[in-house]
Design a protein around this ligand. Structure first.
Ligand code: GLU
Length: 429
């Protein structure tokens, strides 16, 4: 029934946890809760369009390498497809398909008029020069020219991409169509129609969600002990905002290792250190080294996985000591681990809510661009705050009405609105 067009054997390792199977399981759970018609579930389980293009790129040494670039458009019933472009070695078509589906629920949950999409290329950007990355991005964009556009599908940054790649995408698209089209991507540099506050937006949304969850438990951010896995765009922004709000960020890690301080890390100093050390935090003074594995199981109030998927699994879930887990990454807690955490009463703030700040400010960027009126950062942050708090409150309300977990509540809202739109629009022909 599910995604018959995709081979199940993309990754043959027995330990492999398929992100797409997990995404479909959550969808099925929500469909069951909503008593959805089987045919709507069938439609929602499959992406509307899957595109894989071949990207020949000339390396700096003259060799030509051919890469595969994916774009999966899951559903556009609520508006144009929306979602990031990921450059990471672990990218697969199944992963991109799962992430595209999550984008559909995320946009719907946040009440923004978009459908879900995701794109990706399986490369480690660190192994390519800036010139090579530019050639890859431009050729990828050019191959997708008929599938993207401000009313069709609007890419944005994701893991391994940033405003720089968005500028190349915008330029390539614009040159191809013959006029400037800033609305074709979001997360652009300010100079070409980007929004103030976009870079910190996902981290800000994480901080807001954690703050609201703590408030519901009668606590505040001040003095709260936080552990963060990942110090990229999302992890570092969340760390800084939590630090500024008075939380004690006691441990942070990147792929190459982490640092721990029982009294709390000086996050501005850590950010400056990372900037001077090619984004590595290893060796940061006044902190002890800690491995990624140890970091996840530290005693703390809030654990924020802000890196890759499948970090909290059956293997380490029994050792997790956090009271709240905030999924800043997409899918960092596996299905089984999620069940174990729920059974133990750990509050899991689901990805489609917690990390939605990025796409919310993408939407605000798109709206500003379409109306040719640009806002100051305070206005952007205020709109972001309102949409995040509203979605959080609605999800909490669902947990009470339906007596379900926060994840299922978030899915129920996200999936339910999309299903309603299907019912209202009807099937063509
Ligand atoms: N890549 C981000 C996400 O996964 C942002 C997507 C967007 O802004 O379109 O939510």
């Amino acid at each position: 029934m599910v995604l018959t067009s995709l081979s199940p054997q993309e990754n043959p390792s027995p330990a492999y946890i398929c992100p797409l199977d997990q995404a479909c399981s959550y969808l099925e759970e929500a469909a069951h809760e909503l008593k959805l018609d089987r045919s709507i579930l069938e439609i929602l389980s499959n992406p509307r369009k899957v595109v894989t293009v071949s990207i020949p790129v000339k390396r700096d040494d003259g060799e030509v390498q051919v890469l595969a670039g994916h774009r999966v458009q899951h559903c556009d019933i609520l508006g144009p497809y929306k979602g990031g472009i990921r450059y990471h070695p672990a990218v697969t078509l199944r992963e991109v398909s799962a992430l595209a589906m999550l984008m559909t629920w995320k946009c719907s949950l946040l009440g923004i008029p978009y459908g879900g999409a995701k794109g990706g290329i399986a490369i480690d950007p660190k192994s390519y020069s800036i010139g090579e990355l530019e050639r890859i991005t431009r050729r990828y964009t050019s191959e997708l020219i008929k599938d993207i556009g401000p009313a069709v599908d609007i890419p944005a940054p994701d893991m391994g991409t940033s405003a720089r790649e968005m500028a190349w995408m915008m330029d390539t698209y614009s040159v191809n169509v013959g006029h400037a089209v800033p609305g074709v991507v979001t997360g652009k540099p300010l100079s070409i129609g980007g929004s103030r506050g976009r870079e910190m937006a996902t981290g800000r949304g994480v901080m807001i969600t954690v703050r609201e969850a703590l408030a519901d438990l009668g606590k505040s951010l001040v003095g709260t002990r936080v552990v963060i896995q990942g110090f990229g765009n999302v992890g570092s922004a969340a760390a800084l905002l939590l630090y500024q709000a008075g939380a004690k960020v006691i441990a942070v890690s990147t792929g190459s290792g982490g640092v721990f301080s029982d009294v709390g890390l000086d996050i501005p100093a850590l950010k400056a250190y990372a900037a001077q050390n090619r984004m590595s935090i290893v060796g940061f003074p006044q902190a002890a080294p800690i491995s990624n594995t140890e970091l996840l199981t530290l005693p703390c109030d809030v654990l924020i996985p802000a890196a890759l998927e499948n970090q909290i699994t059956q293997d380490n879930v029994d050792r997790i000591q956090a009271r709240i887990i905030a999924e800043a990454a997409n899918g960092p807690v596996t299905l089984q681990a999620n069940q174990a955490l729920e059974a133990r009463g750990v509050m899991v703030l689901p990805d489609i809510l917690t990390n939605a700040g990025g796409v919310v400010v993408s939407y605000l960027e798109w709206v500003q661009g379409l109306s040719y009126v640009f806002w100051d950062e305070e206005r952007v942050n205020r709109e972001l705050e309102n949409l995040m708090v509203q979605a959080y409150r609605q999800a909490i309300q669902q947990t009470k009405v339906r007596q379900i977990s926060l994840r299922l509540a978030a899915y129920t809202l996200g999936v339910g609105r999309v299903a309603q739109a299907f019912t209202d629009r009807g099937l063509y022909p």
